[in-house]
Design a protein around this ligand. Structure first.
Ligand SMILES: [Zn+2]
Length: 345
């Protein structure tokens, strides 16, 4: 009898315990720049890049773990002949980059300068074709509202994850106002604070998804000349606004963290729970950015008890080809040039 009671007790306590602790993975891509296939358009040869390649790794995360969400920090609509062709020539077809991202089931996307660079018609159409929200809280209109959604709240099982998007306010150093009529690109720290104050009490986890680098000195002279806010302010937001649990940066094409490399992972030594994790997966979907949060439910509220993050190299070319072929089938993109390198001559 004692044994049975002990077993029942252990069973109940195990159930209770397993309900109270859970793990959430947030996966990031950024600056993919028109790359779906593991292919180098400029040298006409296979390359370890592109959505198809990173998608095979994302699928593995989803198969292995319960709670996985996927985000992209911008600059997807430009960078290859494929992107150019569907932005400017066959404009009556759905954008294959967006179709691919829909298929990959993204939860949020932040607008990059290269989306804006394609012109209003291209980026508004691409936004409409997207099954995921386009975010930019600092793309402000004259009446104080925003052109894009400022944030989204993702519900993943029991968690509420608030995601605020911000776009580099350095855009006027690259593009004139005809590309963004009526929009003023506001200071990232100011706007991040404004929306963090709104969202922080409403969510379990607060994420910054910024199309902007971590190094505030980068391109600073260009912004100063035009009296614009800091262009690469992701680090400033992470320093000044501790309400964020994670800040995903981008735009610089530099992998963060890069404190040290262990196997195929760029790891960080950052273990301070009171500071946001800083992650940037670089560019072209060569790497996947990963944030891992361990959460404990205390009196009905989820609290982060541990977190870490890294960027991992994605180098499984064969799997990528399989996925590329599935994507090609799905979006009916039977381009001869792609077939040639997928199947060989
Ligand atoms: Zn950019």
């Amino acid at each position: 009898m004692k044994k049975i009671i002990l077993i029942v007790f252990l069973f109940i306590s195990t159930c209770l315990f397993s309900q109270q602790i859970d793990t959430l993975y947030i996966l990031q891509t950024t600056d993919v720049h028109g790359r779906i296939y593991p292919y180098d358009y400029f040298n006409d040869q296979p390359a370890k890049v592109g959505f198809a390649q990173v998608y095979s790794r994302i699928k593995r995360y989803r198969a292995k773990y319960n709670n996985v969400i996927l985000v992209d920090a911008g600059d997807v609509l430009q960078g290859t002949p494929l992107a150019y062709y569907f932005n400017k020539i066959e404009t009556d077809k759905p954008n294959p980059l967006i179709l691919t991202m829909n298929r990959m089931d993204y939860d949020a996307f932040t607008v990059g300068n290269h989306e804006i660079e394609q012109g209003v018609a291209v980026y508004t159409r691409a936004e409409k074709e997207s099954d995921f929200p386009w975010l930019s809280a600092n793309a402000e209109l004259d009446d104080g509202t925003t052109f894009f959604k400022p944030y989204t709240i993702v519900k993943e099982k029991g968690f509420l994850i608030g995601i605020i998007g911000l776009t580099t306010p350095g855009i006027p150093t690259m593009l004139d106002t005809t590309y963004y009529p009526g929009i003023t690109w506001k200071d990232m720290v100011e706007i991040a604070q404004k929306f963090a104050t709104i969202l922080f009490p409403r969510v379990d986890i607060l994420v910054g998804l910024f199309h902007s680098g971590f190094n505030a000195n980068e391109d600073a002279y260009k912004s100063e000349k035009l009296d614009l806010p800091v262009a690469n302010a992701s680090g400033l937001v992470a320093d000044k606004i501790p309400e964020f649990d994670i800040v995903f940066g981008s735009h610089s094409h530099k992998i963060v963290p890069n404190d040290y490399k262990q196997g195929s992972k760029y790891m960080s030594k950052e273990k301070n729970l009171n500071k946001p994790l800083r992650i940037n997966s670089g560019c072209w979907a060569k790497n996947l950015g990963v944030a891992r949060l361990i959460l404990e439910q205390v009196e009905g509220t989820w609290k982060i008890i541990d977190k870490d993050g890294w960027g991992e190299s994605v180098e499984d070319g064969k799997k990528a080809l399989e996925v590329a072929l599935q994507i090609e089938k799905q979006i009916s993109l039977n381009l001869e040039s792609h077939k040639r390198w997928i199947y060989g001559n």
